[in-house]
Structures are given as C-alpha cells and as structure tokens.
Design a protein. Structure first.
Lengths: 512, 278
C-alpha cells in the first residue's frame, strides 16, 4: 500500500520538520498547481488555507490517505496576491478558494465560479482576514454576489430564512420550484460570520481555547479538542493517560447527544412526534450527565492544554455508567419501531440523495460522508486521545439518502456506548501530569472526529506562546458543499425539512 | 402508529414541575457565577482578572490601590475563577438568573491603602425589580432570532420542547411569524450580516412587544465583542426588557427569563449573591 511519504517522494517533494505524525513539505509557487493536482488524484485533500499578514502570503494544503496515519502538509509561498486556481483540476478546492479569495484577497486565477461564499454585507477590497480591525465600523456599504435563480415557464422562487420558523440557526435558502418539485435550491450562508479565527490572533492560548469552544455549541468539545491537540503538538506537550481516557469519553458523549438530537429533529420533520420527544429526552439525559461530569452541559471549560481543568468526579462517572445500558436499550427499541413504521421509512428513503459519484470529489466527512461511501473516520485513521486502546466499528453505506444518514447515526450511537464502556472498564487511576518532551515546532495540526465528522484545526504560535494564526476547518465547511445538490435530487418542497434534518449541518461551524 | 402512541402513554409524564417546584435534576448545570469580593485579597483580585479569558472580571491598579469589577453578562462560565478561588467565586445560584437591567449583572469594588476590596454599594444596591406585564400573563408567543450564535442557545431552546421541559404547559409557544409574536428572543452576538434581518423582525412585530436577550453573547457580547464583523450586544441595536446570562443559559434559566418578561416570575439573581444592598 502506498503511503503519503512515498507519494511525496514520487513527486520530488522533500520532507522535513513538522510535529509527530505530520509530514511537512514545500514547493515553489509555479510547481504548486502540478503538485497538488498530482497528490489530490491519489490522496484526500482535507484542507486548503491561506496565511496572510506579515511577509508574503502562503498557501497550505493538508492531505490524508486511507491506511496511512500520517498527514502531509504542503506549503508554498506566493510572490504576489495571485495563484493558478486548483479548482479546474481538483473540484474540492472550489469552496476553499472562494473562502481564500473573499477573506484574504488572494486571487485564484482561472476559478470557474468565484462568487462570494459567506460575505454579503461587506465591501470589495477589504478582505476581513487582512483588513485592519479598527476598520470594522467604517468600511462603507456592502456588496453581495447575486443568488442564482432558475428561469423557465412556471418556475417560481420561494425564499426561506434567514430568520427561520422555529428556534433554529440563521441561513437563507431559495427554492426554485415549478409547483411541488424542488428544481434547484440556492443557499445564502454566512449571516453569522464573526471571523472567530481573526479574533484569536495575538491572544493567549487560553483565550483562544474559549473561542474554539464557542465556534459551535453542539460540537464545542470536538472543536476545542482539535484546537487543544494542535497546541499540544505545536508545543510538544505529552498528555497524561487519564486525561486521554477522559477526552475519549467526552468526545463520545458529545457524539451521543448530537446524534440523539439530530434523530429527534428528523423524526419531528416527518411528523413522528413521539419519536422526536423520545430522542429529545435521551439528548437531555446525556447533557445532564455531561453537566454532572464537567459542570457544563456542552462540555465547555473542561479542556486545557496538557490535560483537563479538573478530573471527572468518580460519583458522576459511576452514575453515567449505570445509564449506558438504558440508553442503548431505549435507542435500539426506538430504532426497531422506526424501521417498522412505513410512513417514516417512506419519508426518508430516497430523500435528499447524494450519489456516491457526486459525493466522491467533495471529500465528505462524518456520517454524511460515510453514507455516501467515504470510508473516513479520524478515530480509526488517525487515533488521538485514547482511541488506540478501544475497538469499534465504522459503518459505511453507499445509498446517500436520508435513511442512510440515519442508519449511520444509529449505528454510531451503539459504537459510542461501546467505546465509553471500554474506556470506563480500563479507567486509569491517577493521572500523569503533562510533560514537555521534545522541542516545540511552533505550529501543528490537531484533529478529532466530531459528531459531524473530521474536525481539523491548525495553530501557529509566536515565540512567547501566543496565537499567531489559527485555522479551523470544522466538518460543516466540507459537508455544506454538496448540500444544494441533495436538495434537488428529485424531491418535493415538503421533503425539504426532512432533508435538512437528515443532514443536520451546523451554520455556526460554517459561518464561523 | 398505535405502537408509538402506546409507547408515549407508557413513558408517562416526564416534565419538570418548575416553576411551581424546584427541579434538582435539571439544576445540575450551574446557571451563573456569584462572587463574594470581600473574600479576595487585592492580589487575588488582580490574579482573577488576569486569569479570566473574557472581560467578565476586570481589574485595575496594584496591591495598594485598585478596583475590580465582575460582570455576569460577560461570564462564559468557563469555571477558571471558581476553581482557583472557591472562597470567592461560586456556582451556588439556581436557574433563576434573568434580570431586567444590564446594570444588575455587574458588581464592582475598590481597595486602597492595603485594605481588602470593598464593594461599591451604589452599584450593588439596585433593588430587585418587579415589573408587571399584565397584557401577556396568560400566554406568550415568542419569535426567536439567531443573530449570530454558536448554536448552543438554539440547542437549549429546542430542548424546551422536550418532555423534560415542555414549555407549552406554561402557555409559552414559539411562533414562526413575527406578526403573531409578543416577545422577541434573541441569541448570539449581533453580527453585521444579521443586523438588518433582526431589525426587520422587530419592526414586523405588533406593539406592545417584549425583547429578551438570551446568553452572554446577546447580553454583553461574550467572547466575540470587538470582532471584525460583530455589531455587539443586543441592547446596542434594540431596547431589551430581560437579560438571561449563561453560555448557553440552561433550559430552566431560559424558562425563568421568559416568565420574568411577563411578570410570572421574580428577579432573584445578583452577581454578589445578594450580599449587599436591598
């Protein structure tokens, strides 16, 4: 089996430096397009980001490869503000380049559709990641890209959002319909853009952690864990055994409450109110146990660089362990009932389909990726925290419809409980304090598998340990990309709530 | 379908009795921090401010002469001060943390000539307010707007509909249209790109109307104050009737905030734990 190291060598890229598990390499800007195109044909492009500020702008691409636990980090330093677009040869680069264009003011020459991705009330020529912070109040009127509309006899537009009907996140969708069918869906995202990564620059790692925990609420822990692990790897800090076990456990608790919550909303969207209430009830119970363990329902304020802010109380661990069997039994009983309910299965089967062929070039992650044949799971592919000590299975389906996404989540609920039981079975006694083992590298990747999928953060530290630059690539950034296509896969307007709930995509993670 | 109905009936009533009775199981998560500033030395006050990752605890001066302020409207409940100075900072308060005025979430103290911090009585003596909104006492229709939140507040708002909380039993309803809404509940710091949709929603609501700021982002800007595309806390944009601190506010704190807005609950929280003033 080929490894990333062999691939890099084959393309003449010299590897040097980098935190453990990271192969760092660079190339000249004129070789960049060729190198990325060649690598992306064999490996998975997991992130593409720019760093602007002092000195020349740089572009960084992160690759991973099935069966290889390492990451390949390829960087190039641009001589100006332009670079040849990767999108014509590597489709997944499209949204990354649109983001780089609007946020950093770099120009991917030859990009086929360089519309704005998240900015719609912001003037051109003031890229938010480069504009002076004090400019925020007087930048002048904004400019937005036009939203694409379908023209044709009998086709009309139906807007939804940005203020939604219930207590939901803000985002706008434009349905193009001929009556009942969804011909096409245009989305306008970015209403909640806070430029969180920019806020962290120059702050302490501890202040950055507060922001990482608030990138998104229901995935607070997985994002904070990826951030903390990036800092730990950049500073070469070793984390004690109990902290690693506790992090594994909390990562799974977060997955549980997310999956329970997502299934609850899916059941509500199909009108199955009892199922919705039962799953919401399960979510609330998990959140209460999270609160008993960490004093916070969404597991904020528990992580710290090097370990945990406080140990998890034994009494709360015992109480949670006693509930695991009950959660599993109830979830499995509900699962059987859902399978037996024809009106439910009819609503989710072949609804919101992402075909394997359409999904593949998007490098999707998490349950959405795994329901379209993408066999990726950070916990197995790049073990972190205590995942090297537990056994679990990863379900991959290929139908790509709402039912497949539901099946993957139901399967993962069982695996999460299985992982938590193994962690508690081997619960280490006293913790080993964090220790600094090797010289710091100053920058590193951190990753975790959140409920939504692979969560990738990159942190560069200054010499005095402050945040020079932080890049967050939460799973929703990747998974929003093919969303509109799934909405228009031969479904009706009334299927939209089911499609939306079955994806369960986070606006906060995407908008940032 | 009959099996679902049977399951629902068999499960029975799981709802909290709050507000008629306290609910210890739902109160596991703390809703706010309270501080006994007098339990801090001047040095500790400066350390606490240094440690606070947001602007909830701020201090100025040195050991001999200085001041400290605690603002629950900016506290993201990270727990750092509670773990470092348990004698002064605590989680002791229950879920009833919503207040009518922004000032009521602040407490400040000064020290001079080597003595410990003494609380500024003027700031701490704001009386617990009672406002009656007789118009809305029976039933309330709430229009929610996410003005730039992290989705933590929405997750808690959605759980208000779960069996454990069931907000409908209190006559509270979320409404999809601002035309039918009595109250506007806003979560998140107001971002540049959500400012106009937020204002439009407010304008579309009939008078009289109430505005509730839920979560520290809407109350004080939280961790995002000063961001490039951030307009700031809600009261910079709209008049606010009730502030619910928390990051996110717990479901019971949200219920208390809504009930306080319509005069069906009382204001109870003071950041100094009610040690000073009225």
């Amino acid at each position: 089996m080929t490894t990333l190291r062999e691939l890099a060598q084959r393309f003449g890229l010299a590897i040097g430096g980098g935190a453990r598990g990271e192969l760092r390499t660079q190339c000249a800007p004129e070789e960049f397009l060729g190198a990325v195109t060649a690598l992306a044909a064999e490996a998975v492009l997991a992130d593409l980001f720019a760093v602007t500020g002092r000195g020349q702008p740089t572009l960084t691409v992160v690759f991973e490869l099935a069966g290889d636990a390492e990451w390949l980090v390829l960087r190039t330093q641009l001589s100006g503000d332009s670079f040849p677009s990767l999108t014509p040869s590597t489709h997944v680069a499209s949204w990354y380049e649109r983001e780089i264009h609007e946020m950093h003011g770099l120009n991917p020459v030859g990009h086929p559709a360089l519309a704005r991705l998240r900015l719609h009330d912001w003037p051109v020529g003031q890229p938010p990641m480069r504009a002076a912070l004090e400019r925020r109040l007087d930048v002048g009127p904004g400019v937005s890209s036009p939203v694409p509309i379908v023209h044709g006899q009998g086709v009309f537009q139906l807007p939804l959002g940005p203020v939604r009907s219930g207590p939901q996140e803000s985002g706008e969708f434009l349905f193009n319909s001929g009556g009942e069918d969804l011909v096409a869906v245009s989305q306008l995202l970015g209403f909640k853009l806070r430029v969180v990564e920019r806020l962290a620059e120059g702050r302490t790692v501890d202040q950055g952690l507060i922001l990482a925990e608030r990138l998104a609420g229901v995935s607070a822990f997985s994002n904070a864990l990826a951030f903390v692990q990036a800092v730990e790897r950049a500073m070469a800090v070793d984390v004690g055994e109990q902290s690693r076990a506790a992090r594994t456990l909390m990562n799974e608790l977060e997955r549980l409450h997310n999956h329970f919550g997502d299934i609850s909303r899916l059941a509500d969207a199909t009108g199955l109110m009892v199922a919705g209430a039962q799953y919401a009830s399960l979510k609330e119970e998990v959140l209460r146990h999270c609160a008993a363990l960490t004093q916070h329902r969404y597991l904020r304020g528990i992580l710290v660089v090097g370990g945990l802010q406080a140990p998890l109380p034994d009494a709360a661990l015992r109480a949670m362990r006693r509930r695991l069997g009950d959660w599993l039994r109830r979830s499995e009983r509900l699962e059987r009932l859902l399978e037996d309910t024809a009106v439910f299965v009819d609503r989710v089967e072949t609804t919101g389909v992402l075909t394997k062929e359409y999904a593949a070039p998007h490098n999707l992650v998490g349950p959405i990726g795994r329901s379209t044949g993408a066999d990726r799971d950070c916990r197995r592919d790049h073990p972190y925290a205590g995942y090297d000590r537990v056994t679990f299975d990863v379900l991959v389906k290929s139908q790509g419809d709402a039912l497949a996404r539901l099946s993957v989540r139901l399967f993962e609920i069982r695996q999460s409980i299985r992982i938590i039981e193994q962690v508690l079975e081997a619960w280490p006694g006293s913790d080993v304090a964090a220790s600094v083992s090797t010289p710091a590298t100053g920058e590193a990747l951190g990753w975790s598998e959140g409920a939504g999928g692979e969560t990738l953060h990159w942190v560069a530290l200054t010499a005095d340990g402050r945040i020079a630059r932080w890049r967050a690539r939460p799973p929703a950034f990747v998974n929003w990309h093919p969303y509109a296509e799934a909405c228009a896969s031969g479904n009706n307007l009334t299927d939209y709530p089911v499609i939306e709930a079955s994806f369960g995509l986070s606006h906060a993670e995407f908008d940032r | 379908m009959s099996r679902w109905i049977a399951l629902g009936i068999r499960t029975g009533v799981r709802s909290t009795r709050y507000p008629s009775r306290p609910d210890p199981e739902a109160e596991i998560a703390p809703s706010a921090v309270t501080v006994d500033i007098a339990a801090l030395s001047a040095t500790q006050a400066l350390e606490a401010a240094d440690m606070c990752p947001t602007t909830a605890i701020t201090a100025a001066g040195d050991r001999d002469r200085g001041s400290i302020a605690f603002d629950a409207g900016q506290c993201v409940m990270c727990g750092r001060c509670v773990r470092a100075f348990p004698a002064a900072f605590s989680y002791g308060h229950g879920p009833e943390v919503a207040v009518h005025s922004r000032e009521a979430l602040r407490v400040a103290a000064h020290w001079a000539d080597g003595s410990g911090p003494a609380v500024d009585e003027t700031a701490a003596t704001a009386e617990l307010q009672r406002r009656s909104q007789a118009l809305f006492r029976r039933s309330l229709h709430v229009r929610h707007v996410d003005a730039g939140s992290c989705n933590g507040c929405e997750s808690e708002l959605q759980l208000l509909g779960s069996p454990q909380y069931d907000l409908h039993r209190l006559g509270l309803f979320f409404t999809p249209t601002p035309r039918h809404a009595d109250a506007l509940l806003v979560t998140g710091v107001v971002t540049r790109q959500m400012e106009q949709p937020l204002k439009d929603t407010y304008e579309a609501m009939p008078n009289p109307k109430l505005v509730v700021a839920a979560g520290v982002c809407a109350v004080g800007g939280g961790a995002f104050e000063g961001g490039l595309m951030v307009r700031g806390p809600l009261d910079r944009i709209l008049p606010v009737d009730v502030y619910v601190p928390g990051c996110p506010p717990t479901p019971l704190a949200l219920l208390h905030g809504l009930l306080l807005a319509v005069g069906r609950a009382e204001e109870r929280y003071r950041p100094d734990g009610g040690r000073h003033g009225a």
